[in-house]
Ligand binder design. Sequence first.
Ligand code: 13P
Ligand code: SF4
Length: 348
Amino acid sequence: MTANEIFLKMKEKLSDIVPEAELKYKSELANEINRLKEERNAVILGHNYMEPALYYSVPDFVGDSLELSRKAAQTDRKVIVFCGVRFMAETAKILNPGKTVLLPSEKAGCSLAGSITAEDVRILKDKFPGVPVVSYVNTYADVKAESDYCCTSGNAAAVVNAIGNDKVIFLPDEFLARNVAAETGKKIIFPSVGFTGMRNADQEPGIDYQMIGWRGRCEVHEKFSVEDITNIRKQFPDVVILAHPECSPEVVAASDFSGSTTAMIRYVEQTKSHRYLLLTECAMGDNIAAANPDKEMLRLCSVRCPHMNQITLEDTLEALQKNQYVIEVPEEIRVKAARAVERMIQIG
Ligand code: 13P
Ligand code: SF4
C-alpha cells in the first residue's frame, strides 16, 4: 500500500475525527512504519486504546489484552512491536523468548502493574498457604512468576470458576476483584497492606470469605463516579452506559453493560441504540465512533491513561528504526510466568 492509499483508507474512517492535513502527515509515517515492518519481519500488535490514526493504520492486529496475548502466542514473525503498555509487551516476551519484543515508549507503565511487587505476593502466599494466586495480566513478569494463573478483564470470572478452589487470592485490582466476586457470588476480604502483625485471616473466627484481594487501582477507571452517570443520564436520558470492569462496583452496577475493551466495542456494534457513554480511556471512543458513524459516542476525556497515550506513530517508527525499547525478562522468571500466562490463554 502506498502513502496515498493509506491516506485514503484513513480518510474514509477518520475524516470526521482527525483533520485531513494531520491524516496526510500520519499516513506518511504509517507508510514508513509498514515498509520497515516488512523489512524487519515484524508484526505490530495494537491495543484498543491506541489513538485513531495509529489504530487504523499500522497494527496487523488490534484487540484487548487477551486477544493480543493470543496473537503474540501465534505469531511467526521475528520481531513483535507492541503498541500498548509495558506489561503487555512483557507478556508477549514471556510467550516468545526467542523473538525481539519492542515497546515504543519507555514511559508506558500502568498504575495497576505498579501497585504490587513479587515480594508482596510471597507475603500473601505465606499468610494463605496453599491458596491459588490469580493475577490480572496488568502485572509485571516477576508478579506473574509468583502466580498460578493470570487472567484479563475478558476472562477473570471464567478463570476463578475454572480453578474451582474454595478460596483464591486475586491480585492486584481491587475493583476488578470486587466485580468478579459479585459476578461469581463470592465474598472478598482485603488483608491490611504491610502485614506487620496481621493475624492469619484463615484462623479468624467468624470471617467467611472465598477471595483475597489487593488494593491496586487503575488511575483512570477509579475516577469515574456514580455522580457522573447520574448527571449524564439526566442530560441524555436515552444514553446506554458501558463501563470497564476496572471501574468501581457501584459504577458497574449503575451502567448498562460492563466488559473488556473488545467486549465494549462488540456491544456497540451489535446493539441498535443511538447514543452510548464509554467509561474507559477516551481514545477508544474515537475508534468506535469511526467504525460506527451512525452512533454517537459520549466520553469523559478529562480522564486519560497517561501510559497508553505515550505510544504514538512517531515512537513506533523510531522503535523499528532504532530497535527500541527491547523488552527483556530473566529466564527463570519467564519460565514461571509463562505457566500462568498459558493457563490464562487457554481459559475463556
Ligand atoms: P482490556 O484487557 O479490556 O483490553 O483492558 C486493558 C486495560 O489496561 C484496561 O485499562
Ligand atoms: Fe493501566 Fe489503567 Fe492505563 Fe489500563 S487504563 S493501562 S489499567 S493505568
